[in-house]
Design a protein around this ligand. Structure first.
Ligand SMILES: [Zn+2]
Length: 221
């Protein structure tokens, strides 16, 4: 059955957007769910625009777009005057939050796996650096005799020092370039927030696994 939802400020729909979100028009956007479960988002001639959040977090302004139930929609600007919500919320808090919590659990699992592999790789790199520094020392000591006759003692000392640290420094530099990005794991984790648009608190692992926000008690039904 085709379903059509109008979303707006103080509009009597399934999403309550209160008067504080002043950049949201009274009839701001429509979400249409076709018989084949295709989701369409339409701007309903709003004053401040309808935006779809991209995977990298940026917003793309749309007039009509095909979306998914988990797509984040931004009505008006991304500040207190605008309003952000997952598309599935039009189906009512019960069904909508079901989608949102499932997505949270899936994302948490991916982040946990990435974190594990990051720690494993960081350990391997650590050992590689120590190993190469040790090899550098041995090479330096072995080469010590080669230059004895032709060079001043100071020059030999400096050369030895260089031979001991150079391979270690090279490997450290390579490690810094190829290490997986630990920061992006942190950033992705900080985006796992409560699905309730009026709460949006960053959730703990336990809250996501158990499926309830301790602050606003939002949970899937
Ligand atoms: Zn909450």
């Amino acid at each position: 059955m085709r379903q059509e939802f109008t979303i707006g400020r103080d509009y009597k729909g399934t999403i309550m957007i209160d008067d504080t979100h002043r950049a949201v028009s009274r009839e701001h956007a429509k979400i249409i769910i076709e018989d084949n479960d295709t989701w369409i988002l339409q701007d309903a001639g709003s004053s401040n625009g309808t935006f779809v959040q991209q995977p990298d977090g940026t917003l793309r302004r749309v007039t009509t777009a095909q979306i998914r139930p988990t797509t984040k929609i931004q009505l008006g600007p991304p500040d207190v005057n605008g309003f952000c919500f997952p598309a599935s919320l039009v189906l009512g808090p019960n069904v909508g939050y079901e989608y949102a919590w499932r997505e949270l659990r899936e994302k948490l699992e991916v982040i946990k796996a990435d974190k594990k592999s990051f720690i494993r790789k960081a350990k391997i790199w650590g050992w590689a650096q120590k190993g190469s520094a040790a090899v550098g020392c041995v090479v330096g000591i072995c080469l010590q005799g080669v230059f004895d006759d032709s060079m001043s003692p100071n020059a030999i000392l400096n050369l030895n020092r260089a031979l001991m640290v150079a391979p270690g420094l090279l490997i450290a530099g390579a490690a810094a370039m190829f290490m997986p990005d630990g920061e992006s794991i942190k950033e992705r984790r900080a985006k796992l927030r409560c699905p309730n648009p009026n709460c949006r608190r960053v959730l703990s692992d336990d809250e996501i696994s158990y499926g309830m926000c301790q602050l606003c008690k939002c949970r899937p039904q």
